[in-house]
Design a protein around this ligand. Structure first.
Ligand SMILES: C[S@@+](CC[C@H](N)C(=O)[O-])C[C@H]1O[C@@H](n2cnc3c(N)ncnc32)[C@H](O)[C@@H]1O
Length: 380
């Protein structure tokens, strides 16, 4: 075993990375040592457990969830290339984090800390083609104090960025440690836009579902390749695209009475490369030509009655849509519905003869607090 000398910093481990556990002598010569990064993913409030499960399932032993994370976030240590984090679907954005043992942000301007801060930002810049990040934005309490202005200017100069006057694309957040330690934490967002902004969304329909919430709903349907999946009131196709993004289905069908919504869904589905796999129909979700007991999963983002529809219309629509969904669902089929009509939906499901209410998840979307209702078709 080699004698233990002074610890050397591994390449790539400086940007928020931490040395993996284990004795250095145990690492075989020539075995690449994976840096361990501290990562925080922001998620829609209420969906932290769903996102945490995605992290565990996707990365296995390479991700270790941290116990302390702010609300609306999942924190974990990650041993793998940062690029892989960009494939998470239930999160809004991913940040590379680092703790700095400094009493005040001013001390980040000191030589050693400033070098580490620049390395943290450079690690994020390297993830994208040169020129992707141009504008540096820092959010912190007191973001406009002279010290913060100086920090912005010096960081911009050292990283080749320009200080953003409004919206930036390289986002840095400064905060007090959430676990109560002394010091400051710096978080750098890995992407110029939130991860929930999908490249496939070429047609943006008013009232479209946030893609991270859609991905979480899809996880709650427990996707399998042998399923027939039906998305009544599909709008611009968010749920259908997110369903097929996680794996194939026997059939994936959507319907909507609005021709504009269907045209929008067609464009999005094609942009996602799923044109041949998704069937879209101009059916009324209250009476479809689908055979009875032919569908394994029903997933829908129902009109909330704000941007789309009205409460009076929903009072008519919801019971009929739930009855039709129960008719086409196989016994044991899973239904996952999101709506802001919480009282109406709860009352309908509690007394529905065919749907059994299994779980309700409160989510935050755009200042609203809709619920995801997970149900199971009785009669199994
Ligand atoms: C909240 S939007 C769905 C948005 C969709 N999740 C998206 O991301 O674009 C609800 C949709 O229900 C549709 N809709 C309303 N009543 C319907 C009915 N009776 N049958 C089918 N679709 C209906 C509306 O046209 C609208 O597109």
């Amino acid at each position: 075993m080699p004698a233990r000398g002074p610890r050397k910093r591994r390449r790539g481990a400086s940007a928020g990375g931490r040395r993996p556990r284990g004795r250095p002598g145990r690492v075989k010569r020539g075995t690449p040592v994976r840096p361990r990064f501290w990562v925080e993913a922001t998620v829609p409030h209420g969906l932290e457990p769903v996102a945490g499960r995605e992290v565990r399932e996707r990365f296995g032993a390479r991700a270790r969830l941290r116990r302390v994370a702010p609300p609306g976030a999942v924190a974990f240590d990650f041993a793998g290339p940062l690029e892989e984090l960009l494939t998470l679907r239930t999160v809004l954005a991913v940040y590379l984090c680092r703790h700095y043992a400094v009493p005040r942000p001013r001390a980040l301007l000191g030589h050693q800390h400033f070098r580490e801060l620049v390395a943290q930002i450079n690690a994020v810049q390297r993830l994208m083609p040169p020129g992707t990040f141009r504008l540096l934005a820092i959010s912190a309490a007191g973001a406009h104090t002279p010290v913060m202005e100086r920090l912005k200017d010096e960081l911009a100069a050292a990283t080749g960025l320009v200080v953003a006057s409004h919206e930036g694309d390289l986002h840095v957040r400064l905060r007090r440690p959430v676990d109560g330690r002394p010091g400051w934490e710096v978080l750098v967002r890995l992407t110029p836009r939130p991860l929930s902004t999908r490249a496939w969304r070429v047609c943006d329909l008013g009232g479209a579902l946030n893609a991270a919430i859609a991905a979480a709903m899809i996880r709650l349907t427990r996707p399998r390749p042998d399923q027939v999946v039906f998305n009544p009131a599909c709008g611009s196709g968010t749920l259908l695209v997110e369903r097929l993004a996680v794996g194939p289905a026997r059939r994936a069908l959507g319907c909507d009475t609005d021709p504009e919504a269907l045209a929008c869904a067609r464009r999005n589905v094609r942009a996602a490369g799923l044109g041949a796999q998704v069937e879209l129909y101009p059916w009324d979700a209250r009476a479809t030509p689908l055979q009875a007991e032919s569908v394994d999963v029903i997933c829908a983002d129902l009109p909330f009655g704000h941007l789309v529809g009205s409460h009076a219309e929903n009072v008519e629509l919801y019971p009929a849509l739930l009855d039709e969904a129960a008719r086409v669902a196989k016994p044991g089929a899973r239904g996952v519905f999101i709506t802001h009509e919480v009282r109406l939906m709860t009352a309908l499901l509690e007394q529905h003869p065919r749907w059994e209410l299994r779980r309700v998840v409160r989510v935050t979307q755009g200042g609203l607090h809709p619920r995801i209702f997970v149900v199971r078709r009785r009669g199994f």
